[in-house]
Write a protein that binds this ligand. Structure first.
Ligand code: PLP
Length: 381
């Protein structure tokens, strides 16, 4: 099996299994119980919170609130801010993950005003328009750090400064596809809210977190007991939390991402060289992209058919966001970047990870050109 779909999800690290097993077995207590079994479980939760805070450079562990996934964190950041501030305007981009994009489309139907900031063909955000859209009624600016489909990075430091200098709005960053791949240091930033999800960095599915900067107020996610400082109550999923903590420790060292970047570059160069009419989506500047992602459009072919051919060889890739893998239209992100239809329909996302080997990449470089060739000749005949 060759797994080049790490932006969809990642294989849990062995350390994650071990941490989760302990939480489900020897330390199965309720963290709120006054017993020593409860204290043991609470210790696991506290440790995981510390690990996660360390990974993203939070100033304090109190800034980490556990949620069930990135989608929950994203939804809560926006809705919780609108509710807490009583304001009615959101600024976001046209290339966000569906967790933000569809939420904002739904909010528009309820009367919330949303400003959609556009990107150019390279994937760069129009920062002048962003600045001019900010107003007294802006509750939150929500912008992703790394695009899940293209790997393009947005300059959140610069955006944070613009938001601070021109408004009282909160700044939310969807960091779901960036954590564990690039350095993140929130205490040095102007980010107020930051979403993340364990299964994107070798942790389990079903656990994420929202970073809420100390002093920032958003409406609670649920009403209930006092867990998670009353902001997201419900008995803590200790095994999941232990899993995200172990995953945070596992990806803390970013050195392996240099190897991933070298593999990705080798793969990308070879594919663009040996397959005619293959185009990299967005900027080619390495510093403006995640180190692991190549989104390549094979003009006049169908990305989904490429995916199926590779799948038959147990090579796993994606045509874009996993959530719309069965969609028949070109990806909304590629449409927003004005990628021509004949290219966008042939888009394939290759997202490498820490467990990929040189031999994996070499094999794909070998099998992909004849597949694209064959599919093109079928569609021309
Ligand atoms: N945001 C981004 C950028 C993502 O890539 C994803 C998942 O693909 C999500 C949000 C949603 O995360 P989750 O799958 O944990 O709900």
């Amino acid at each position: 099996m060759i797994y080049l779909d790490n932006n969809a999800t990642t294989k849990p690290a062995p350390e994650v299994f071990n941490a989760m097993r302990v939480a489900l077995d020897a330390s199965f207590g309720n963290p709120s119980s006054a017993t020593s079994l409860g204290s043991e479980a609470k210790k696991l939760v506290d440790e995981a919170r510390r690990s996660l805070a360390g990974l993203i450079g939070a100033a304090s562990t109190s800034e980490i609130v556990f949620t069930s996934c990135g989608t929950e964190s994203d939804n809560w950041a926006i809705v919780g801010t609108l509710e807490a501030t009583g304001k009615n305007h959101v600024v976001t981009t046209t290339v966000e993950h569906d967790a933000i994009r569809k939420l904002c489309q739904n909010l528009e139907k309820t009367g919330v005003r949303v400003s959609w900031i556009e990107v150019d063909e390279e994937g760069a955000l129009d920062l002048d328009t962003l600045r001019s859209e900010l107003c007294d009624d802006t509750a939150v600016v929500s912008i992703m750090l790394a695009n899940n489909e293209t790997g393009i990075l947005f300059p959140i430091d610069e955006i944070g400064e613009i938001v601070r200098a021109n408004s009282n709005a909160l700044f939310h960053v969807d960091g779901v596809n960036a954590v564990g791949k690039i350095p993140i240091d929130l205490k040095k930033s102007n980010v107020d809210l930051f979403s993340l999800s364990a299964h994107k960095f070798h942790g389990p599915k079903g656990i994420g977190a929202l970073y809420v900067r100390d002093g920032v107020e958003i409406a609670p996610m649920f009403t209930g007991g006092g867990q998670e400082r009353g902001m997201r109550p419900g008995t803590e999923a200790v095994h999941q939390i232990a899993g995200i903590g172990a995953a945070a420790e596992f990806v803390r060292d970013l050195t392996p991402m240099k190897t991933v970047a070298a593999l990705r570059d080798r793969f990308e160069t070879a594919i663009l060289q040996c397959i005619p009419n293959a185009y990299l989506t967005g900027t080619a500047v390495p510093a403006k992209r995640l180190p692991n992602t190549s989104n390549i459009c094979f003009e006049n072919t169908n990305g989904e058919m490429i995916l199926h051919r590779l799948n038959e060889l147990e090579i796993y890739v994606s045509t874009g966001s996993a959530c719309n893998a069965h969609g028949r239209t070109a990806s909304a992100v590629l449409q927003a970047m004005n990628v021509p239809y004949s290219r966008a329909m042939g888009a394939v996302r290759f997202s490498l990870g820490r467990f990929d080997q040189v031999s994996d990449v070499e094999r794909v470089i070998e099998v992909l050109p004849p597949i694209v060739d064959d599919l093109r000749s079928i569609s021309n005949s």
